[in-house]
Design a protein around this ligand. Structure first.
Ligand code: C5P
Length: 225
């Protein structure tokens, strides 16, 4: 019996992170935030003065990323992340780290360098993997593949609420523009473009709250696992 994986893919702001973490918590499974790995590569590149299009320097950086994920304690809502021993939990969530992640993620050799590291997260009793290409490339044999989407406007609204809750100074129009730009880069790139796997269940969350999405996902778990 292979260790089961549920892949949760889709564009930024579709609710993947929230749903995938809730699902992992509920099942008592491991959780992979693959976007964090790309954000970490971008941040490490910045620390080491490496250009975000310098593929030959980024590959060893990605391959040897010194990163530690500390699972959340009760009362904490996200894992703590350390890069080269320094806590970067907040630093990798900025829009600039996200934009940097999207640039390094367009480089096929960087994606390749992160492949095994992502697959190493597949440990008993199971894994919920959040990303863009979890179902298409990283875990093509996953028994349940979810693809969560929502309109760009709705995703910008959600991101805006998240970031302004954290006291960050952002505008709705600015975020909507960045989201469209990132969607375009993520779906037009030739290496692992953002698209649902052929056997993915697509859930459009534009008009759904978190409880409704979780209920739908529960149904799909019953059906597939
Ligand atoms: O999900 P998150 O916003 O943290 O991802 C940041 C960026 O990393 C995405 O915009 C995408 O370009 C890239 N990414 C990717 N493949 C993944 C996860 C993230 O290309 N599996």
């Amino acid at each position: 019996e292979p260790i089961p994986v549920i892949t949760v893919d889709g564009p930024g702001g579709a609710g993947k992170g929230t749903i995938a973490q809730a699902l992992a918590h509920r099942l008592g499974w491991h959780f992979l935030d693959s976007g964090a790995l790309y954000r970490l590569v971008a941040l490490a590149a910045e620390w080491h003065g490496i250009d975000l299009d310098n593929e030959s320097a980024l590959v060893p950086l990605a391959g040897h990323l010194d990163v530690r994920f500390v699972a959340p304690d009760d009362g904490e809502d996200e894992a703590r992340i350390y890069l080269e021993g320094e806590e970067v939990t907040g630093a990798i969530r900025t829009e600039s780290a996200g934009a940097g992640a999207s640039r390094v993620a367009a480089l096929p050799a960087v994606r390749e360098a992160l492949l095994e590291r992502q697959r190493d997260f597949r440990q008993a009793p199971g894994l919920v993997a959040d990303g863009r290409d979890m179902g298409t490339t990283v875990f093509p044999d996953a028994p349940l593949k979810l693809f969560l989407t929502a309109s760009a406007e709705e995703r910008a609204r959600r991101r805006y609420n998240q970031l302004s809750d954290k006291g960050l100074d952002v505008t709705l129009a600015g975020l909507a523009e960045e989201i469209r730009e990132r969607d375009r880069r993520d779906s037009e790139r030739s290496a692992s473009p953002l698209r649902p796997a052929g056997d993915a269940e697509v859930v459009d969350t534009t008009d759904m709250g978190i409880p409704a999405v979780l209920a739908r996902v529960d149904d799909l778990c019953q059906q597939y696992l």
